[in-house]
Design a protein around this ligand. Structure first.
Ligand SMILES: CC(C)(COP(=O)(O)OP(=O)(O)OC[C@H]1O[C@@H](n2cnc3c(N)ncnc32)[C@H](O)[C@@H]1OP(=O)(O)O)[C@@H](O)C(=O)NCCC(=O)NCCS
Length: 291
């Protein structure tokens, strides 16, 4: 088996491995009253490949594949921003799982964390992933996933929130640094290409939220709880009749728990926010990919 840096021409096969591995995992860990897991749509696959290409471009030392003469076996994608290392994706093809491939590609990505004290991973419920993260020195913070249809009658009138644009990325970076000690910098433009940005820039508080195309937050940071709640409500107001998720909510984010329960979403406990040398940032809802 060879472990080597990921190349742009790997991205088709890399995306296919992650789709297969995460679909298999969701079938194995599914909760009876949730909708059955489905494969990524062609649109979602294309979004995934664009995000991965962005990391291969900006963090070539953080993106790795393992291969043998049958093809790609495993992948890891990670980034380094302002002294924070983050793992964006990590998967091994089904036939090769449980044989040490995951350990090898994670070790390669962790090489990119040299010089970064702090680390962040949005961990799946796979016990093999959780084991690897703890053995790499991460603390596993259990997280809640809220899911369901937003009950529209619960939506409040949201004040002090406006649509954002590229001119707000400095504001986003400054809120990032205050809340989680490091900016998303080049990632903002990438996320804004897929999600609507809403911001609050007021004397009483500042913050931002990327709203998923179908509603619900993709990534949210704010300087205080009240501002964070307004931004979260704005993201929930964008939801239609379809089910949405508010994911990776640690117990530190009770401001979000209260909003999600008021909107009558159902709460489940499945995943982890794995952190190294840092406490859960607050008020903060990480994205799974850009953290
Ligand atoms: C998570 C994943 C990438 C790990 O890759 P892998 O090649 O299977 O991992 P490895 O074989 O290197 O290591 C797995 C470890 O878990 C252990 N393990 C296996 N089954 C386990 C179980 N049910 N419970 C706990 N530990 C288990 C193995 O013994 C091994 O630990 P050890 O080397 O200390 O003995 C891979 O299993 C996968 O693709 N899972 C689905 C996608 C996913 O959840 N990705 C993580 C995203 S956050």
């Amino acid at each position: 088996m060879l472990v080597r840096p990921m190349r742009p021409d790997d991205l088709g096969a890399v995306e296919a491995i992650t789709d297969e591995a995460f679909h298999d995992l969701s079938v194995r860990t599914t909760i009876a009253d949730l909708p059955s897991p489905s494969r990524r749509s062609p649109e979602k696959s294309a979004t995934w490949r664009r995000r991965a290409a962005h990391l291969v471009r900006h963090d070539p030392g953080g993106c790795w594949v393992a291969e043998d003469d049958t093809g790609l076996l495993g992948i890891s994608l990670s980034s380094r921003r302002d002294g924070l290392w983050a793992l964006s994706s990590y998967a091994v093809t089904l036939r090769a799982q449980g044989k040490g491939v995951g350990t090898a590609v994670l070790d390669a990505a962790l090489g990119h964390s040299q010089g970064c004290l702090r680390g962040m991973i949005a961990s799946s419920p796979d016990p093999r992933a959780a084991r690897r993260y703890r053995l790499a020195g991460f603390t596993l913070h259990p997280t809640m996933t809220f899911t369901g249809r937003v009950e529209r009658a619960t939506l409040p009138v949201v004040e002090r929130v406006r649509d954002g644009s590229a001119t707000d990325f400095d504001l986003c970076d400054s809120v990032d640094r205050q809340v989680r000690g490091s900016a998303h910098s080049v990632d903002h433009a990438m996320i804004a290409a897929e999600c609507r940005l809403v911001v609050t820039d007021h004397t009483t508080g500042r913050g931002y939220c990327y709203v998923q195309p179908g509603g619900g937050p993709y990534l949210l940071a704010a300087t205080n709880r009240r501002t964070a709640q307004r931004l979260l409500w704005e993201s929930l107001a964008a939801a239609g009749e379809d089910s949405i998720d508010v994911d990776f909510v640690t117990a530190a984010q009770e401001w979000a728990v209260d909003v999600a329960l008021t909107a009558r979403l159902s709460v489940y406990n499945l995943k982890y926010l794995a952190l190294r040398n840092m406490k859960p940032p607050m008020p903060y809802l990480p994205s799974g990919f850009f953290l």
